[in-house]
Design a protein. Structure first.
Length: 377
């Protein structure tokens, strides 16, 4: 049965406009000009946005994927982030033993088969990383990406697989094999030099995980991973826009350096999102939230306490982007990165009905995932 969403301001490719969105089943059937006196679900003049897509979600709602790689934990994480407009996400596993990676892949496959709302696949962040740029990752888990690991990394039956690796921990030939197998490959936690990153890009590397954080920096005589990323105009770069992971000035410079439609917002969120309690453990280590960021006992950054709606608001405030540009980085850009832009990321006929209703302050009031609405907030 069709449902019309009326009396809203709809963010389409033309910008904000008075329009009616018609949902049939799990899809958007029509986006048509608003007509006075239409009946349907009244949006109360709110702003209707494409649902946010987060490619890096370690936890939320008290659940952490590494500590509980289960369907139930995935559902808890998704529900916590849905309150903040995330209608599609990749549960993210940081470096662990390959047996744990296998368990996580099986859990995501089962979650998608069971219809857990919003699950688009899995992000495996490590263990093929650089000890020099390990961040919060446990370097004792690190290993070289070999043939056995390849078989595991290409084993997800449903959804997308995103792998974050250090290019120096593998070869361009392996990166090409992964890309040819349909895996999305990103560089992160890497100390590689410019030439190594450039060779990886030529081999099929298509993204950079939390640009600037945990990667070799841009300097005057060695561009590093950051320089290679900023020079390249085709790959996608994830940004954690909480004002702490990336300095506001650096963020603004980065947005001027390359195509803006190749940047995407990520949260790198941990279990504290959506929770009052802001202290927890991760892989046996004590983590607490300090000034909006998660840190371990040594003050090492350990992900974030960020949600996507806050990231969009921060981007508008810090970088001066308008609503359409900021939302694109939270929806259309990550959809394209995952190769899902024909299915999600926009408000247009034929797209999945993944939507966010927000007020003028971009506080989320309701979401739809595959046409199914959440309770009003």
């Amino acid at each position: 049965m069709a449902e019309a969403l009326v009396n809203g301001r709809i963010l389409t490719a033309r910008g904000l406009e008075a329009a009616t969105v018609v949902i049939e089943g799990d899809r958007i059937a029509k986006v048509r000009p608003a007509v006075s006196g239409e009946t349907g679900l009244d949006l109360g003049g709110g702003v209707l946005l494409p649902g946010f897509i987060d490619t890096q979600v370690n936890g939320g709602g008290g659940a952490l994927f590494n500590d509980s790689p289960t369907v139930a934990a995935i559902a808890e994480i998704g529900a916590a982030h849905r309150r903040f407009g995330t209608t599609g996400f990749l549960p993210t596993l940081i470096s662990d033993d390959l047996a744990a990676v296998a368990t996580a892949i099986a859990a995501v496959d089962e979650a998608i088969a069971a219809g857990v709302p919003g699950v688009l696949g899995i992000h495996i962040e490590g263990p093929f990383l650089s000890a020099t740029r390990k961040g919060i990752h446990d370097a004792s888990k690190f290993r070289v990406l070999d043939g056995a690991a390849f078989e595991l990394l290409t084993s997800l039956k449903r959804g997308r697989t995103l792998i974050t690796l250090a290019p120096e921990a593998t070869t361009p030939q392996m990166i090409r094999r992964l890309a040819d197998a349909g895996v999305v490959v990103a560089a992160g936690h890497t100390n590689a030099d410019y030439q190594t990153i450039r060779a990886a890009l030529d081999a099929g590397l298509s993204g950079f995980t939390h640009l600037f954080n945990a990667m070799s920096p841009l300097t005057s005589r060695e561009p590093g991973a950051v320089g290679a990323a900023l020079e390249d105009q085709e790959s996608w770069c994830g940004l954690i826009v909480d004002g702490r992971h990336v300095h506001p000035a650096v963020l603004r410079v980065a947005l001027r350096a390359r195509r803006r439609d190749r940047y995407m917002l990520v949260t790198d969120a941990l279990s504290s999102v959506g929770m009052v309690e802001k202290s927890f453990t991760m892989q046996g280590r004590a983590i607490r939230v300090v000034d909006g960021v998660c840190v371990d006992e040594n003050g090492t950054l350990a992900g974030s306490d960020l949600d996507m709606a806050s990231a969009v608001r921060n981007l508008m405030r810090i970088a001066g982007l308008d609503l359409a540009a900021a939302v694109e980085m939270a929806s259309a850009a990550p959809a394209a990165f995952l190769g899902l832009d024909g299915d999600v990321g926009r408000i247009a006929p034929g797209q999945r009905a993944n939507l966010v209703l927000a007020d003028d302050d971009l506080q989320v009031r309701r979401t739809w995932i595959d046409g199914q609405a959440s309770d009003p907030h």
